[in-house]
Write a protein that binds this ligand. Sequence first.
Ligand code: GLV
Ligand code: MN
Ligand code: MN
Length: 434
Amino acid sequence: MTGGPREPGADPAPGGADAAPGGTDAGPRTGDGFQTMWRDLARIGRHAPSGGYRRHAWTPADADCRAWFRAQAAARGLAYETDRNGNQWAWLGDPAAGDAVVTGSHLDSVPDGGAFDGPLGVVSAFAALDALHARGARPRRPLGIVNFTDEEGARFGLACVGSRLAAGQLAPADARALTGADGVTLAQAMERAGQDPDAIGADPERLARIGAFVELHVEQGRALDLVGEPVGVASAIWPHGRWRFDFRGEANHAGTTRLEDRRDPMLTYATTVLAARKKARLAGALATFGKVAVEPNGVNAVASLVRGWLDSRAPDEETLAAVVAAIEQAAAERGARDGVRVGVTRESFTPVVEFAHELRDRLAALLGGGAPVPVLPTGAGHDAGILSAALPTAMLFVRNPTGVSHSPAEHAAEDDCAAGVSALADVWEGLACR
Ligand code: GLV
Ligand code: MN
Ligand code: MN
């Protein structure tokens, strides 16, 4: 095939994977195992009209992804377990021996997400294990593959729930109470999916078995494309968080209420969105209102409540705090003029992550074979970032020529996926087989 990994015969994704060029004819190939896994997974949770994926935690699509993971483990004779938080693990060797080298990522998606964010890391992990066997390498340490549950937080609003719980960074009661737009709590959703919500919580013994966790991920920008390299190593993750802005005004008739008599929260919201963009630009940060809910949500009614979720990220925590404070202030000032009450709730925060230098440098040396490997920071959150507080973690990025992510246009060419698999196998071989 000449395109990147994708479901053969799939509807063309608008501007997306099917539109992007594939690898060179002479370049390395991912192999049948990778392609078969990719094709099987590509069928799950795809929303044909958008071409994107809707694999939200504890939904039927998620269950299908989880069944796929389990089947991959079984097909390779790996020991399979689901932990108390619903994370899935596949093991070669006895994890109780400790000092395991684990790789993997997540299989859930944002609403109408791309095919690669998460699944590339999981599929590449199984393919790397196959490659390791083909090389005849003999692991001296246990090898693990993981699918962390609910990484994107698309359904319950908080990202990296599975890894946060395992690392003791999320109180079980807070997790159970997380509620989706449909009114279903995380506890109810887990129960319906056959996972005991009363069992969730910190899992230090499980994490203590892991000597290193290396997450492979599609790059969510164009840094690798710009330097012409297929694979890079992560240096850091920007601090980031989610804030809920509640703009409360007064519902009223759109046809009879004079403009000067209105208390319209939509105005305050709109002004805040523009202010967020400006404050972020001035500070070299990022600020996004990507989700909004309106009450009563009628065409001919002034809104009574606009709820907007701000996602903000910056190179350092001081800058992030200053940007969010400036956005809050802009909202409050405009709210005072509009007769709108503004309430802000921080729903999550992830501090800056500086990946363990020793492991990062080791990876760079293993992959480069003497040549320098790109080392780059990212503004995206990852389970590897959450776990970095508990154990040595690192990340590999695979080139994404579109630079687009959280969209069906996200892409990686087949040759680059093959380079990622080979890099993961090199990492396993270098860390666990010598
Ligand atoms: C996860 O992809 C995030 O960065 O929000
Ligand atoms: Mn993501
Ligand atoms: Mn991801």
